[in-house]
Design a protein around this ligand. Structure first.
Ligand code: SF4
Length: 321
């Protein structure tokens, strides 16, 4: 790389960081939710039970997406239908859990089967006072209305920006318009929207990510969560290389500039090792606002850049930062 190129990269980093400084205070958030145990020299998780994920469908999912094949459901607490969602939440609450993520596998239309759980969700909010985030999948208008009525604190949805990816990775017979419609319904009912974009979702390549960013920009979202394709053993993508750092860097730059006032977080799912170390440093360089399970050394790096770290033990999709 010649010095001219280095200067160009550095000036883009400085430009993005300046956008952050203009629009946010100087804190950066680090998250370690109880999806897994986490401890580094810089950040020790103290209450891993504080925020727990629940799968309404156990390990079952009708879609069997190429990158996941329901593996992300495995570490979640499976709902036992005999116990019921409210009783499960009550039991967790008695053991110190203050927030839950309600998730689950999808049906063949790409929706998590939420409808019969709305009375339980309303009780969890009203009687237990727990924080409730819901991973929805695609929604219709009525589902969005009932999520609002049940009082959920936030909704999470992966926004897919390419029809090819919807078909070939998610095995869904729909288009990006269905994802935009879900954002529109959430927005109509004033839900707190925390959309996710999976970088490199199309078999490690960027395809619909910038379109997803454009769609999200049109709605008043609480925050944007970026995760990175992580080739999981036992899935059809296990040998797919994760997206390149160059592509990720470019996306961080454009996301920061295009959504200057929206908190942008790096979510839990991303490749480990050197890739993670590099990504987390880039997230600081490009002025993103938070990182889940930060790589060792990144908290110190953020301090060097003049940022003040804050630590949370809930999900990066939960924060008010
Ligand atoms: S719908 Fe969700 S849980 Fe099911 S396979 Fe796809 S990513 Fe995994």
């Amino acid at each position: 790389m010649d010095s001219g190129v280095v200067t160009a990269v550095e000036s883009r980093r400085a430009e993005a960081f300046a956008v952050r400084q203009e629009n946010f205070c100087d804190t950066i958030s680090f998250f370690a939710p109880g999806l897994k145990r986490f401890s580094t020299e810089e950040f020790q998780q103290k209450t891993p039970q504080a925020f727990r994920p629940v799968s309404l469908t156990g390990s079952a999912c009708a879609l069997q997406c190429e990158h996941c094949q329901s593996k992300i459901l495995e570490p979640m607490i499976p709902l036992n239908p005999k116990e019921g969602l409210f009783q499960l939440a009550k039991r967790l609450h008695q053991n110190g859990t203050t927030g839950i993520l309600i998730s689950g596998g999808s049906d063949k239309a790409g929706a998590v089967p939420l409808k019969k759980y709305f009375p339980d969700i309303a009780r969890i909010k009203n009687e237990l006072g727990m924080r409730v985030m819901v991973h929805t999948g695609l929604v219709d208008r009525e589902t969005a209305r009932q999520l609002k009525e049940a009082g959920v604190d936030g909704v999470m949805i992966d926004i897919i920006g390419a029809d090819e990816t919807i078909r070939e990775v998610y095995h869904l017979n729909t288009t990006t318009a269905a994802y935009e419609a879900s954002l529109a319904y959430f927005s109509e009912f004033g839900l707190s929207i925390r959309p996710h974009i999976i970088l490199g979702l199309h078999f490690g390549q960027f395809l619909g990510e910038y379109h997803a960013l454009e769609m999200i920009q049109r709605y008043p979202v609480h925050s944007l969560i970026l995760v990175i394709l992580t080739p999981l053993v036992g899935t059809h993508m296990q040998n797919v290389p994760p997206p390149s750092l160059e592509d990720i860097e470019e996306f961080f730059y454009r996301a920061r500039l295009q959504m200057p006032k929206t908190p942008i977080m790096i979510g839990c799912a991303r490749p480990l090792g050197d890739h993670k170390v590099a990504v987390d440093h880039l997230a600081v360089d490009y002025g993103l606002n938070g990182i889940a399970y930060p790589a060792d050394g990144v908290v110190a790096y953020a301090r060097e850049k003049g940022l003040k770290p804050k630590f949370f033990e809930d999900s990066c999709s939960c924060g008010s930062a």
